[in-house]
Design a protein around this ligand. Sequence first.
Ligand code: PHE
Length: 345
Amino acid sequence: MENLLRGWDGEHVVMRYDREAEAWIFVAVHSTRLGNATGGTRMKVYDTPADGLRDALRLAEGMTYKWAGIDFPMGGGKGVLALTRPLEPDERDRLLERYGELVETLAGGFGTGADLGVGPDLVKVIARETTHVYGTRGAGDPGPWTALGVFKAIEAAVEEVFEGPGLEGRTVLVQGLGDVGVPLCKRLWDVGARLKVTDADRGRAEGIASELDAEPVDADAAYDEPCDVFSPCAVGGVLNQFTIPRLACKAVAGAANNQLDTAEDAERLHARGILYAPDFISNAGGAIALCGMEGLSMTDDYVTAKTLSIRDTLKAIFKEARERSESPVHAADRLARQVLERGPA
Ligand code: PHE
């Protein structure tokens, strides 16, 4: 953990060991350059506390770029509840309440909301103890908003790699059928895309598949499965030196945070001729809706327009990448860095 903190370019981390739940709590504040640190809270079992901290650090950095990419006056932060074992519902709720108390002591220095393992119902449990929570005052579940943005990202990617626009008849493989994956599948189905679905829980994939006329794919086989667009909507790090050589798609556009395992993986995808829609641009819909509505008093219409504009942002990024023959990651990074250099609008 010492090495992780030494090698990190963020601001600070609040950590605590919660004895009752035998869980580690990390609140990572990566950058307050644009505003107060804001990001969801993730809860899952990690092999080691260091793995939880590593995730918190990377996710918080991703939030810095996500806020900059949409030019919102918010900073990069993330909470991670690193469990050492699965928890019963009541001890889980008590952990979330104690976490809420901790967030409250930060007095607005960190605001949080839903993320993997912490759905809208569990956000309400955190909100018993702190007001620094998004998702309980009108915006509700960010999942469908993230899905809308990712849908637009897939449209932009398909337009870039195929002649002619439209998703009808295109095959999209959605990995992860959770709060974002399911509403995304529905949108794709509505416009006549051919769906392949996969989830760590095979039964879940089969259930959604029969509902939406989709083809269920085994979790391990997903990387080899031919498709037009691969859409990672589960955990991070799925694009790596082992999976990229296996991919049989033209483009990757999904919701998961930190899809690339390392910076070189952007180059690996580029070398294989697979278009990558940078995650922090594609998956900003939830952040736009939550903090736009509940923090920045934006109307529903404005938030919708801003989420739809993810498509145009990506089209501009793809164009720049095409002209420079490089991965779209670089254009997206430049866009975010410009905003960070300029400071809050
Ligand atoms: N966790 C989601 C994300 O990474 C949604 C979220 C955004 C939650 C901002 C809280 C604050 O975008």
